[in-house]
Design a protein. Sequence first.
Length: 351
Amino acid sequence: MMKDDEMWEAVRDCDAACDGKFYYGVKTTGIYCRPSCKSKLPKRENVVFFRTREEAEKAGFRPCKRCRQDLLQYDPALELSERTKELVDQHFSDRLKLGRDMKGMGVSRKHLTQIFKQQYDITPSEYLMQVRIAAARKLLQDGADIPDAAGMARYENLSEFYDHFRRQTGMTPARYRQIFADNISRSVLDTPIGPLKIIASQDAVLCVEQTGRESLDAGAQAGQIPADRILSGDASGELVKDCKAQLGEYFAGRRRTFDLPLSPEGTDFQKNVWMHLRDIPYGETRTYGELAEMAGNRKASRAVGMANHCNPILILVPCHRVIGANGSLTGYAAGIEAKKFLLALEKRVAA
């Protein structure tokens, strides 16, 4: 049995070797932790020690949200990152609610930024910008006016909207809207990872992404977007039909490569990254660092990560094959579960 002085030394040193041997509670907060918990070191006079979790909880202490003693296997950084991403996805259009909910997570903004960047290779602010611009892109694709698209993405300042849009797409909102207004065919394909919207010109596939129908319908009902501008029906051209057919074969395990002309809209840097994504073999993965090397700049893993997250043509440009350096799946436009499904499908078929 360890003595109190030995246990305090382990707490002070964040000694992971002592995890499971004892727990410590902090009287001023009512929280108990593992010895290795990275929370701020409490004063010695406020610390009490327990042999088991049950003993700590019986004494009225609750598990630390950072090291979660109530779970045997728990990655607090992963949960905080995933919860932050979930909040941004849900409340990107309501900054007040987003700010309140993120503050309610109980960690500093600096710490949250650090762990989010470690998990997803971008900061929460950068991810928020991506989500807002992605929402605006979908609206512009379906004919919304630029002020309407900016407003629905909750941009009060059009200059900021134009700046963010150029950074994400390499063009102005007007140019982007024009591309999707000329000779465009589109359709929705039901897939095992949910409905995918496919958009193509006469010459190339422009977009394969989640439909986003819920947000568009909500905007129409609120009177912010005319209902006749919402995607409806199945106005499929030949390229869209070919794309649907090849995606169907992919999900059935009968296709590993696609032979369709693609024209994803973005900056030159993004296009370079997306081109190299197509070089990742079916059934294999690469890290962001490896993708950066493939793209010609091994020090640009963060910028490569942002370009990867902005990929407008899912599956055909296989951004799902990029993972974190520690093997974590990190983010994916269609969701982590979809990424797991796609990687498992390819691994199974390749085997």
